[in-house]
Design a protein around this ligand. Structure first.
Ligand code: GLN
Length: 303
């Protein structure tokens, strides 16, 4: 398979969409990002790497971080994690309050904000130095010690994060978070602020692609847990566009409002794509198109 040529062809084909959508401006620090950027990187389980355009420019991974938090929480808590958070698709926006109110503080899944705020709470309870341990885990997965939080983005999000604060308050009201609200929110925003590039993300997600048991920085996941983590990405990774992504792309994946999308082709490759302009559901316009074409051209998807 000539993945390099496929990446180049895909870019030419999605160029007509280059000005569609806009970057996430509800986080002031992200509003400053140049929206006209694009990068893509595919890494096979054999370790071959194919890059195109700005595959080595770092960006805010935002909600992609929730997969790393879930992997750590699953490793620590095992199946008992699902008492604190569900694993059903939400069909609602990533920051919706309505469902959380109706379901009395039990978040539908770990990839909507409410669910990831609960994951942040669990890590705060379980770990001595959660900020450091989270970074150590992500650095081990991507093999790069320089990956870090961007405090300007985290603080900027905290300053305007009224909706996430409301979610955290509702969770606390229902007894769903144990730690101080402010502490939980700041750790959640810090995890979202991590910056990585497509190459680093593709490398990190290889661990979820090859289905062999893994241990990174002391966190272990069995083959079965990795498969289940992929199942949650498949059903919940794109909020109220999870069905559309399944239909068009056919791979487990996760998006973030920084414009990044990561997808996993089990036992074949992981692929990361980044372009900051988002559609109305908060998913990268060019990223969605690029992955749709990738599985069309390669005829490699889980279906
Ligand atoms: N930090 C963002 C938020 O909480 C993450 C959302 C996302 O990437 N979908 O709103």
């Amino acid at each position: 398979m000539d993945y390099q040529k496929i990446l180049e062809d895909i870019y030419q084909e999605i160029l007509p969409y280059a000005k569609e959508g806009k970057q996430a401006d509800y986080i002031p620090a992200l509003a400053k990002v140049d929206p006209d950027q694009f990068g893509m990187c595919l890494e096979t389980v054999e370790g071959e790497v194919y890059e195109y355009m700005q595959a080595e420019t770092r960006f805010s991974i935002q909600s992609i971080t929730k997969v790393f938090a879930l992997a750590m929480c699953l490793s620590i808590k095992g199946e008992s994690l699902w008492k604190r958070v569900g694993k059903e698709p939400s069909g609602t926006a990533f920051n919706s309050l309505v469902q959380l109110e109706i379901e009395k503080g039990l978040p539908r899944n770990p990839f909507i904000n409410a669910g990831a705020i609960v994951l942040a709470d669990i890590l705060l309870t379980e770990l001595d130095d959660p900020e450091e341990e989270f970074l150590t885990f992500v650095r081990a997965l991507c093999g790069n010690e320089t990956v870090d939080y961007n405090m300007e983005v985290a603080v900027s999000e905290r300053e305007t994060g009224y909706l996430n604060a409301a979610i955290a308050n509702l969770l606390k009201y229902h007894g769903a978070i144990e730690n101080d609200i402010e502490r939980v929110l700041m750790f959640y925003f810090k995890m979202c602020s991590v910056e990585m590039n497509c190459r680093e993300l593709a490398k990190a997600f290889l661990a979820f692609t090859n289905y062999s048991p893994f241990e990174y920085a002391g966190y272990k996941l069995s083959r079965s847990r990795i498969k289940r983590l992929n199942a949650v990405m498949q059903t919940c990774g794109f909020y109220d566009e999870a069905g559309e992504f399944s239909y068009l792309v056919g791979l487990p994946g996760k998006s973030g409002v920084g414009g990044g999308i990561i997808a996993v082709c089990p036992l074949r490759y992981s692929v990361a794509v980044w372009s900051p302009r988002l559609n109305s559901k908060g998913n990268s316009v060019m990223g969605m198109k690029a992955l749709e074409l990738l599985t069309t051209y390669t005829e490699e998807s889980i279906f």
